[in-house]
Design a protein around this ligand. Structure first.
Ligand code: HEM
Length: 494
């Protein structure tokens, strides 16, 4: 494994000729295996698969050195030929580092900056209250409700659009595109990803089915990009002025008419938000419900804090946040304990480079193993245990921990949605804990159904399906949920 400069690639398990480490690559909890390899080979390791060099960075120092200090070299995304054919590479989350990405990134950073995140708080409260009502009515559909909540918040936030109670056309479209995109990067799903030159062959040749499929998806992607955007523009023209990322982007141009290019940039931003924000938020909220089943004592302590600070006569709101440090600590520990994106999103090297005496070639794919960083037992003793106290001072105040940011990636590609995630998660946690008891379900004989701490192994890691029982804590809690929602119903009818 010698690179072009005669230096070795970063160390790692020895591969076979041609196929490299294909047979060594872990298929389950890859981040845990990489963390073990790092103990053996060093914090920056590499593997090769069919000629592709993959570098996994397992320490905060190396991640900062590479992705922040040498950010210009390592802020590209790998090129995925099938995404290009589908037109999906327009999303700023997947774009190569380019002027188009820079413009889009400026817009999204502007519309999701902490001060703008404050604009979205009424919306977050409204959608959280609707989630509570759905959980009250059909608690057995927890997963569906969390998905609906997330779609509602993301679509409203992005386009100022209120999703329908079910079968919403924009949400179905976005889910369809996201599903097809995820399928088309599975190994072997599209030959063109392994052999990019195939894109130049005619569609009628055997094995070129991917071209037909890409053309079909391309149409859906165009619809997903344009239809909701046109909706927002039309609503704004009609004087409906709801806060949204698209509205913030339009305001960014401060009154001057947005050019066609500006509009293209806004669309690249808007389309990235659903893809990057929906599934991730679902995963973190479901982790919270699982946590309540695995650690009932944490639920009890959080509810005691809520009862003492705000009582049981009203729902929590964002003003209560500074007075509820234990709930704040649960949010922090949740992000550390179960990372939604344990390996982040892949970065790509724009040019040859050397790090710590090892060669990283142009085109190498780099992953930051944030799981390894946030599960380092020297910094977080007993890292597998859920312990919110890690983030509390001896006098019970909330402790800041900048390292937690690494769950959102590194450098100029860091997740622009992180401030929003923080407030989303907080209001959902505080509200659910205030009005519901979440516990293990019982079988026909009255025995508790065991719950496993089991997660999927995808780039976005979700808890596997689990059963739980969700009951209102009291009649008053039920009343609060219904009253909170009747306000919105009245507004909607008006
Ligand atoms: C628990 C929730 C979330 C987690 C854990 C998360 C994590 C991440 C990570 C690890 C990355 C890759 C960073 C890198 O390449 O170094 C990322 C990128 C991104 N995230 Fe998030 N994210 C979450 C929610 C959201 C939300 C709610 C939004 C939008 C409102 C969002 C928008 C984006 C975008 C647009 C990118 C691409 C940035 C770029 O390539 O320049 N994310 N996120």
């Amino acid at each position: 494994q010698r690179g072009r400069r005669g230096l070795s690639y970063p160390p790692g398990p020895r591969g076979l000729p041609i196929i490299g480490n294909v047979l060594d690559m872990p298929t389950a909890k890859q981040w845990v295996t990489y963390a073990h390899w790092a103990k053996r080979y060093g914090n920056v390791i590499s593997v090769t698969a069919l000629g592709q060099v993959i570098v996994i960075v397992n320490s905060a120092k190396a991640a900062k050195d590479l992705f922040e200090r040498r950010g210009t070299v390592y802020m590209n995304r790998p090129k995925i030929p099938m995404f290009e054919l589908m037109g999906w590479d327009v999303s700023i989350a997947l774009m190569q580092y380019s002027e188009g990405w820079r413009v889009g990134r400026r817009l999204i950073d502007h519309s999701l900056r902490p001060q703008a995140a404050a604009l979205y708080k009424p919306l977050q409260i409204e959608k959280t209250n609707a989630l509570l009502k759905r959980l009250l009515q059909t608690p057995e559909d927890l997963k569906e409700h969390v998905k609906h909540f997330t779609a509602a918040i993301v679509m409203s936030l992005t386009y100022g659009y209120n999703v329908k109670e079910s079968n919403d056309i924009f949400v179905s479209l976005a889910d369809q595109v996201n599903g097809l995109a995820a399928e088309s990067i599975l190994p072997g799903a599209s030959l063109v990803n392994e052999f990019p030159f195939l894109r130049h062959f005619p569609e009628w040749l055997p094995g070129m089915g991917f071209k037909h499929r890409a053309r079909y998806i391309y149409g859906l992607v165009q619809e997903m990009i344009n239809a909701p955007f046109e909706y927002t523009k039309e609503s704004l023209n009609k004087g409906v002025d709801r806060p949204s990322i698209v509205r913030e982007c339009i305001n960014f141009h401060q009154g001057s008419e947005a050019t066609e290019q500006d509009e293209e940039a806004m669309k690249r931003v808007a389309v990235a938000v659903y893809a990057a924000g929906a599934d991730t938020t679902v995963a973190s909220i479901l982790s919270f419900f699982l946590l309540l089943l695995l650690y009932p004592e944490i639920k009890a302590r959080a509810q005691a804090e809520l009862d003492a600070v705000i009582g049981r006569e009203r729902l929590p709101n964002f003003d209560d946040r500074p007075k509820l440090p234990y709930i704040g600590a649960i949010c922090k520990e949740l992000g550390r304990w179960k990372l939604v994106a344990p390996l982040g999103l892949p970065h790509a090297a724009a040019e040859d480079g050397v790090y710590d005496g090892y060669f990283i070639p142009k085109g190498a794919m780099l992953f930051a193993n944030s799981w390894a960083i946030l599960h380092d037992s020297e910094i977080y003793p007993e890292p597998e245990s859920f312990k919110p106290e890690r983030f509390l001072t001896s006098d019970g105040q909330l402790k800041e921990d900048p390292l937690l940011n690494c769950q959102f990636g590194f450098g100029r590609r860091i997740c622009p949605g992180r401030h929003l995630v923080d407030s989303n998660l907080w209001i959902v946690l505080a509200s659910v804990l205030a009005v519901f008891d979440v516990m293990k379900s019982k079988d026909g004989d009255g025995h508790e159904i065991p719950v496993e701490d089991a997660y999927t192994d995808h780039l976005i890691s979700h808890p596997k399906d689990f059963k739980c029982t969700i009951l209102p804590r009291s009649d008053k809690a039920k009343e609060l949920i219904l009253a909170a929602n009747s306000d919105y119903l009245a507004q909607d009818e008006a």
